[in-house]
Design a protein around this ligand. Structure first.
Ligand code: 6GP
Length: 809
């Protein structure tokens, strides 16, 4: 968009003054940021309106991405950038002697998600808009995001994340589009005078769902899509029925906090309420919007695609059925045909404890009408399946099983497409986790390997690298990511390699300063920066990383002249508040950090930095400075991973097990350009099947490993209570569920190879360059193009010469 610096400066001053009634010179960073954000939002608003009108005018098919989590990160920089205004804004502010970077830091980072699934949803929003596709997000406006993590004496402490404290300039409360969502009460069906069975409700809890809309700005293509987040309120006409604050709690709590877990769903009536609230409001508003299109209801699947992001929104299936039958008066068969063709489902994890199951009694009481519909879906499924496939498969795949509603089964049965998020993961779904369904419906299964948006994770997070790439291959890669492969041509070019090393060093210096500022630890920017950033979970094996660091520490202590390349081990990870073992791992890493960072024998050879409160904004600081990307989950367990893609795109070399998307990373960049170690997924399956694994034998037979494990309990690591014992027990006495000890030797060997390569800076830079140049296939633009072609059947609505265009991969 065209705005001159002069015009911007004038409008910014006016904006500030109209909001605060004094001059911008007196403003705090928060105030200045608010004014700037609102001004940018003003610039966005006309495109937002036009995009919406264009979709309606042309009856464009719309995608609705239903997700309980979104992790958009800060939006000021990215919105200004996608609009093409970032340079003007920066220049204008500097004329006013204000620093854009400083103001941008004043924005709250909305932590409305736990990890990978939520961040993926936001990368997808960015790509949908950037490809000019009609894609909407649908989620919850949690008043408190994922907890703010602090370390107290090395222990994780959780504080509330009040991200809305200073207002949220990006959202627009949309009172015109509210919906009513009903819970509980009694429901019965009665025939009306036209012979339709219609439900009657009494004593329900009625909740008003209020949408807050946030613009999702496409990259230089005038497209602005919508992210709609719902907030729960008391219906105005019922306010008089509420006499005390306590009485209002059951409503307010629905959108108060994000459920702080990505693997474990226990004790959870409120969570089920949240899920239905978001689903019901979302589906109601879709159907309302669909009416604007003036096409028959049977054509809903031609105009609407609803995507179920993991099982959390799987109630979309019975809710859409409810609306079509109870409110639109379609027959069951017509409604089912529409529902099934409209919905599609992605699975994001194979962790058994994350496969949602709700007690039937709970579902019946909270959502009586929805439960009736689920029961009917199940009955019809059983009736159809039993004669064709027999008892075993039918009962294994039923939705209602042993007193619970199996949400994955509901999602698969109600969707025309089921996908995993990396090749290996999809294979595991087909051959193991959803094997019986694969027999019933092979045509529904497909793979969609995850992706990331280069705009946020490279162009904006790493401007120096972006500049270098532009300088060497031109700017086409920004609109056509596949062009990045041209950068490979520079792998032997001294000048490029030197500059690449310089860029990395600058990024590391910046991170080193930040480490000093927030952690008080001095690290050498020339040391190797080794990064593991992701949720803390035993399957992701931060404790394998820990054991290796401890091993190094003991070797250095035994021989202070040992030839180790100086390394900074960087962690960022939150543990679910109820996940005791994960919290113990955090404590042990923090205590080890205290030991190592203050030991004069160690000096710069080893430093450990565990950042507090890992999230999108911190990731943007860490990733450009990484040399090594730790992707060390037990093979078969990590569905895809996405930090692996972000780190690769920023030139880090991956140290990986053959798990999730690591396998595809290896295939694209070539095995010689990353470090692979550990069991393969096939070997893991075999070991589990023949139950031959004896962790204790490894402990007893490998003296180095024994040494390391004993150090967990010997008092070597200061200031531990029982955490060292807990780790030791899980690994040695409880047979090491995630095969940490089994992979230890090959991990250490791989880590030694990392050191060796780092000594040859030129060769390191060459491999780093090849990683960057091979990262384009992991652009979320391609991932979204594949969802659009294969699952949603939607196309770009912008001209071919506008915005991102995907020629090939
Ligand atoms: C995560 C997976 O663990 C990760 O491997 C994947 O990259 C990411 O989803 C995006 O697909 N899963 C979750 O965050 C989750 O909550 C229910 O799964």
């Amino acid at each position: 968009m065209e705005v001159t610096v002069k015009q911007f400066v004038k409008e910014f001053k006016q904006q500030f003054q109209s909001m605060y009634a004094y001059s911008y010179e007196e403003g705090s960073n928060e105030q200045l940021y608010n004014a700037l954000g609102l001004l940018v939002k003003n610039y966005i608003s006309s495109y937002w309106k036009e995009t919406r009108e264009k979709y309606i005018k042309n009856s464009v098919k719309q995608v609705y991405y239903f997700s309980m989590e979104f992790l958009p990160g800060r939006q000021l920089r990215s919105n200004a950038y996608n609009l093409g205004l970032l340079d003007v804004v920066k220049e204008g502010l500097s004329e006013l002697e204000l620093s854009f970077d400083q103001l941008a830091e004043a924005e709250a980072d909305p932590a409305l998600g736990n990890g990978g699934l939520g961040r993926l949803a936001s990368c997808f929003m960015d790509s949908l808009a950037s490809l000019g596709m009609a894609g909407n997000g649908n989620g919850i406006r949690y008043q408190y995001g994922l907890f703010r993590q602090k370390f107290v004496d090395g222990y994780q402490v959780e504080l509330p994340e009040n991200w809305l404290r200073y207002r949220n300039v990006w959202e627009t409360r949309n009172d015109k589009s509210t919906c009513m969502v009903r819970f509980g009460g009694n429901v019965w069906l009665e025939e009306n005078h036209q012979g339709h069975l219609v439900p009657h409700y009494e004593n329900t809890l009625n909740v008003l769902a209020v949408p807050y809309d946030t613009p999702m700005v496409g990259y230089r293509n005038d497209t602005v899509n919508n992210l709609r987040l719902w907030s729960a309120e008391i219906p105005v006409e019922e306010e008089a029925n509420y006499h005390t604050i306590e009485e209002t709690e059951p409503i307010k709590e629905i959108t108060q906090v994000l459920y702080p877990d990505d693997s474990n769903y226990e004790g959870r009536l409120l969570r089920l309420k949240q899920e239905y609230f978001m689903v019901s409001a979302g589906v109601q508003s879709i159907i309302r919007h669909f009416r604007k299109y003036n096409v028959p209801r049977k054509n809903i699947p031609d105009k609407v695609a609803i995507h179920i992001n993991d099982t959390h929104p799987a109630l979309v299936v019975p809710e859409l059925m409810r609306i079509l039958i109870d409110e639109e008066h379609l027959s069951w068969e017509q409604a089912w045909e529409i529902t099934f063709k409209t919905c599609s489902y992605t699975n994001h994890t194979i962790l058994r404890e994350a496969l949602e199951k709700w007690p039937i009694d709970m579902m019946k009481e909270l959502l009586p009408r929805i439960y009736m519909i689920i029961e009917e879906i199940n009955n019809r499924f059983v009736e159809n399946t039993l004669p064709l496939y027999g008892e075993r498969i039918t009962w294994q795949t039923a939705i209602l099983q042993n007193g619970v509603v199996n949400m994955a089964h509901l999602a698969v049965i109600g969707s025309h497409s089921v996908n995993g998020v990396a090749k290996l993961h999809t294979d595991i779904l087909m051959n193991d986790v959803l094997k019986d369904f694969f027999e019933l419906y092979p045509e529904r299964f497909n793979n969609k390997t995850n992706g990331i948006t280069q705009r946020r994770w490279v162009h904006l997070a790493n401007p120096e690298l972006t500049k270098l790439i532009d300088e060497k291959i031109g700017e086409n890669w920004k609109l056509t990511p596949s062009e990045l492969k041209v950068f490979k041509g520079f792998e032997k070019d001294k000048d490029t390699l030197n500059k690449l090393t310089d860029v990395k060093l600058k990024n590391k210096k910046r991170l080193a300063d930040y480490i000093k500022e927030v952690k008080g630890i001095t690290v050498d920017p020339n040391a190797l920066f080794d990064v593991q950033i992701k949720r803390l979970h035993a399957y992701k094996r931060q404790h394998l990383n820990l054991l290796h660091i401890l091993h190094r520490y003991l070797e250095i202590k035994a021989d202070p002249s040992a030839d180790y390349v100086p390394r900074v081990f960087i962690f960022g990870a939150k543990a679910a508040p109820s996940y005791h073992y994960a919290k113990q791992i955090i404590k042990v890493i923090n205590s080890l950090a205290d030991l190592v960072n203050n030991d004069p024998d160690v000096g710069d050879k080893l430093k450990i930095v565990f950042f507090e409160n890992y999230g999108v904004s911190l990731a943007e600081k860490i990733i450009p400075a990484a040399d090594i990307s730790e992707q060390i989950s037990l093979a078969s367990m990590e569905a895809s991973g996405t930090s692996n893609m972000k780190l690769m795109a920023n030139g880090a070399l991956t140290l990986a097990t053959l798990d999730g998307a690591n396998i595809e990373i290896k295939d694209f960049v070539g095995e010689e350009n990353l470090f692979v170690f550990g069991l393969s997924s096939k070997e893991v399956y075999e070991l589990k099947a023949n139950q031959s694994y004896q962790a204790r034998e490894l402990y007893e037979s490998n003296p180095k490993l024994k040494n390391v494990l004993d150090a967990l309990t010997s008092g070597t690591i200061p200031n531990l209570q029982d955490e060292g014992y807990a780790l030791f027990d899980s690994l040695v006495n409880f047979n090491d569920e995630y095969f940490v000890l089994k992979d230890f030797a090959s991990y250490v060997e791989a880590q030694n190879k990392v050191d060796d390569l780092y000594k040859d800076q030129n060769e390191w830079a060459r491999k780093s360059l090849l990683n960057i140049a091979s990262s384009a296939p992991f652009s979320a633009d391609y991932t979204i193009q594949r969802y659009a072609d294969d699952i949603w059947k939607v196309r770009s609505c912008v001209e071919e010469d506008e915005g991102v265009h995907l020629v090939d991969e």
